[in-house]
Design a protein around this ligand. Structure first.
Ligand SMILES: [Zn+2]
Length: 184
C-alpha cells in the first residue's frame, strides 16, 4: 500500500471511465501487458528523437513496475482488444496551457478501466522525460495531487514524482511504483 494512493480509483477520485478527449477522465489500462504504438505517418507522427524518448522513458522510469511493454507493429483501433497506448505528436484538442494529455479513446472495459488510451504531446522539444513520464502515468491510471488520497499539493515531488502538475519532475517515484504494482 502506497503512503499516498495515486491510482484511480482513490478515496478522492472515483469516476466512471468515460471515453473522449474532452472528458479527461483518468482511467486504468486493462492489464499489465501494455501494447503500444507510436504514430508513424500522418498528422500526428512522432519524430525519431521523440520515439527514442518514449522508449528510454519507459526503461528508466517504469522498469521497477510490473508493467510489461510490447511494441505493436500492427495496431488495432476497433473491437475488444485494441492497442492499449497510441502515442502522438501534436496539439489538436489540447488546452492552451497543456503540453500534453492522455485520454481514453475506447471505452471503459469496466468502471475505471480503458481498452485504448491516446497520448498526445505537442512536440517541438516538449517530448521530454518529465512530460512523457507524466502522460504515461495518466494512461495507466495515475492522478494529480488534488485527486490522490490523502490529497497532496499539486507540486509535491516526494509524493507525486512525475505526476506533479505544474513543476517538472523526471522520476516516476516510489509512491507511483507501489500504486502500479498493487494494481497490475
Ligand atoms: Zn496531468
Amino acid at each position: 500500500m502506497a503512503a499516498t494512493d495515486t491510482m484511480v480509483p482513490t478515496a478522492n477520485y472515483d469516476p466512471w471511465c468515460d471515453d473522449g478527449q474532452s472528458d479527461g477522465t483518468v482511467c486504468q489500462t486493462d492489464n499489465a501487458d501494455v501494447y503500444y504504438y507510436m504514430d508513424s505517418s500522418g498528422e500526428f507522427e512522432l519524430e525519431p528523437v521523440d520515439r527514442e524518448m518514449v522508449v528510454n522513458m519507459f526503461t528508466s522510469e517504469y522498469s521497477p513496475t510490473d508493467l510489461v511493454r510490447h511494441y505493436d507493429t500492427n495496431p488495432t483501433f476497433s473491437g475488444d482488444g485494441e492497442t492499449d497506448h497510441v502515442w502522438q505528436e501534436g496539439s489538436e484538442g489540447l488546452d492552451s496551457d497543456a503540453i500534453g494529455m492522455a485520454w481514453c479513446d475506447d471505452e471503459a472495459i469496466f468502471s475505471y478501466k480503458c481498452d485504448q488510451h491516446y497520448i498526445r504531446i505537442r512536440g517541438n522539444d516538449t517530448y521530454e522525460l518529465s512530460v512523457t513520464c507524466h502522460e504515461m502515468g495518466h494512461a495507466v491510471g495515475l492522478v494529480h495531487g488534488d485527486s490522490t488520497s490523502p490529497k497532496r499539493d499539486m507540486n509535491d515531488h516526494a509524493a507525486l514524482g512525475c505526476m506533479v502538475a505544474e513543476d517538472y519532475e523526471d522520476n516516476l517515484g516510489s509512491n507511483n511504483v507501489n500504486a502500479i504494482n498493487s494494481t497490475y
